[in-house]
Design a protein around this ligand. Structure first.
Ligand code: ATP
Ligand code: MG
Length: 565
């Protein structure tokens, strides 16, 4: 695609590339759309061009302003700025004038066949179609019928306007495709002004031409539509039909008409999730997730809340590249991009997600100390913070083992471990409740191993993180996992539905403790909780006095190895 743009610049066909991202506002954007957005905006930007955001709102029954607002938010969040925000419905008048032009040229006709009849006349992949009995209507009759369609005289589905191309074409899209259908339905922008609505191929190609789009990037399923796209652009020929643009000029929109070129690329699909809007809508409507912005959803609103960053998504799109081959990519590519992004970008903090208390019996009750920690091991620019240390600490339950498995390097009865940045502790005793569950560990801090002391660097096998019990802030910690248990929920087992493969453990909420500097985070602040994973302060629910953190991704890819920590 870049080579094509470069050639077009070199040959002088274009002065600068102009692209557009054309979502239909019938659902929320998902990770796949991020690829389209990065390509549309990215390529235009790289070559000094511009990109429009255009809502393809030609299906009023399925569309909703709620989606329009979310899509605008998502595109901006990804870091892109559109040159102009448009709606296909801005051009309804132009489309209609174009339709009359086609009729006058003898390139379109009004057809009275029902939908079923049209299907029967269409033919198959191996057999040509048959001409509609209405194909040879006179220009005058077609024009009259089209005007009456527009005036609302006919019922839904009674007639269509069809292109007159070739019922024998090998490409079924060229067998006299419909350009307009009758639909008496209110439109979110145009109200009840139109009882007829343009079909996708007609509206899409002309919208591109109207906006002077030079390169119309789209996914592979439109490859077979390209001849029709070109047919519409060529037959309407906006560059030589300025009268069609009059309605736009009257509204102050500039004449930018040109001849766009469509280029296709592969769809982005990941395993362990589903990406079609219809299925995502079903997950929401059936209450299987908590809405479109549930952090388990592959929507941009969902993964944003999960802690995905715009730079991680752009990195992912770069790594995935562009091809002409659709494939199901491994979700670890997405997770890996987030890990790499956050490794560099996220300050470190300490948090304990499955706490058990460790009491340092040789430290006085009222002892309190502020230890200085650097916020990032590889980047001094992140600065330092103070971490309070005291007699009672929270540590992870599984950092202690009464009966240590082979190779266990953490705390055991009688054994020693380093408390990150605070010294070495030996565990002396274990306190259990009646049920035999450990409720407290008691240990002795080696005072000579404290920071700055002579024994501070004494060799010891394991290091664990901790949070001062007196200073730590109780937090809701949401441990998210993949939404589905199988790589291809759509087709792993043909007799089952993707719903049967929902991962019952895709969310687990635990009560943990975070150090004060983590609790104070602003919403959407990302951290690496040392040894635990990457987390983000929930965009909606987090408060410094009642912190809520979402696990964005584990520190390593633990899925190939089985259990999650
Ligand atoms: P869905 O099939 O999920 O309903 P859609 O293709 O109908 O999605 P649109 O709103 O029409 O969604 O998409 C807007 C743009 O995003 C189109 O140019 C489309 O080609 C592109 N796009 C949609 N899904 C993907 C994907 N999975 N990967 C890359 N681009 C995509
Ligand atoms: Mg679509």
């Amino acid at each position: 695609m870049r080579a094509i743009v470069r050639d077009d610049l070199a040959s002088g066909r274009i002065a600068a590339p102009k692209t557009r991202f054309p979502p239909e506002p019938n659902g929320y954007l998902h990770i796949g759309h991020a690829k389209a957005i990065c390509l549309d905006f990215g390529i235009a930007g790289e070559f000094g061009g511009s990109c429009n955001l255009r809502f393809d709102d030609t299906n009023p029954a399925r569309e909703d302003p709620e989606y329009v607002a979310a899509i605008r938010d998502d595109v901006r969040w990804l870091g892109f700025q559109w040159q102009s925000l448009r709606h296909a419905s801005d051009y309804f008048e132009v489309f209609y004038l174009a339709a009359e032009k086609l009729v006058r040229q003898g390139d379109a006709f009004v057809c009275d066949l029902s939908a079923d009849e049209v299907r029967a006349y269409r033919g198959t992949l191996t057999e040509p179609g048959r001409n509609s009995p209405f194909r040879d209507r006179s220009v005058e009759e077609n024009l009259d019928l089209l005007r009456r369609m527009r005036a609302g005289e006919f019922a839904d589905g009674a007639r269509t306007l069809r292109a007159k191309i070739d019922m024998g074409a090998g490409n079924i899209n060229l067998r006299d495709p419909a350009l307009y259908r009758i639909k008496h339905v209110e439109h979110q922008n145009t109200g009840n002004a139109w009882p007829i609505y343009p079909m996708y191929d007609f509206a899409h190609s002309l919208s591109d031409a109207i906006e002077g789009i030079t390169h119309s990037l789209c996914t592979l399923e439109f490859e077979d539509h390209r001849p029709l796209y070109d047919w519409c652009v060529d037959k309407v020929d906006l560059a030589h039909a300025p009268e069609l643009l009059a309605p736009l000029l009257a509204r102050g929109l500039p004449n930018e008409a040109g001849k766009p070129r469509q280029i296709e690329f592969s769809r982005l699909n990941f395993n362990y999730t589903v990406m079609s809007k219809r299925k995502l809508l079903a997950l929401v409507n059936d209450g299987l997730v908590d809405g479109w912005n549930d952090p388990r959803m592959p929507t941009l609103q969902g993964i944003r809340r999960r802690g995905y960053t715009p730079s991680a998504l752009r990195l992912m799109v770069d790594r995935v590249g562009v091809s002409k081959q659709n494939s199901l990519l491994d979700i670890s590519i997405l997770e890996g991009a987030l890990r790499d992004d956050l490794d560099a970008a996220a300050p470190r903090r300490m948090a304990v997600v499955d706490p058990v208390k460790l009491v340092l019996t040789n430290v006085p009750d009222d002892f309190e100390e502020a230890l200085t920690f650097s916020n990032h091991p590889k980047d001094e620019g992140f600065g330092q913070r103070e971490v309070p240390f005291a007699r009672e600490l929270w540590i992870e339950r599984d950092d202690f083992a009464e009966v240590p498995p082979k190779g266990f390097k953490r705390l055991t009865t009688g054994g020693e471990v380093r408390l990150r940045g605070a010294g070495i502790v030996r565990c002396d005793a274990v306190v259990k409740d009646d049920a035999g569950r450990i409720v407290e560990l008691q240990g002795t801090l080696d005072l000579d191993s404290r920071p700055g002391m002579e024994g501070a660097n004494r060799k010891i096998k394991g290091t664990i993180h901790w949070v001062s019990a007196r200073h730590g802030v109780a937090a809701d910690i949401r441990l998210y996992d993949r939404l589905f248990t199988v790589p291809d929920p759509d087709s792993d087992e043909p007799r089952k539905s993707y719903v049967d493969f929902l991962n019952p453990d895709s969310i687990r909420v635990v009560r943990g403790y975070v150090e004060p500097a983590a609790a104070q985070a602003a919403a959407e602040q990302a951290f690496q909780f040392e040894r635990v994973g990457y987390f983000v302060a929930d965009r909606y629910d987090h408060r410094p006095d009642a912190p809520v953190f979402n696990r964005s991704v584990t520190l390593r890819d633990t899925w190939s190895g089985g259990a999650q920590p």
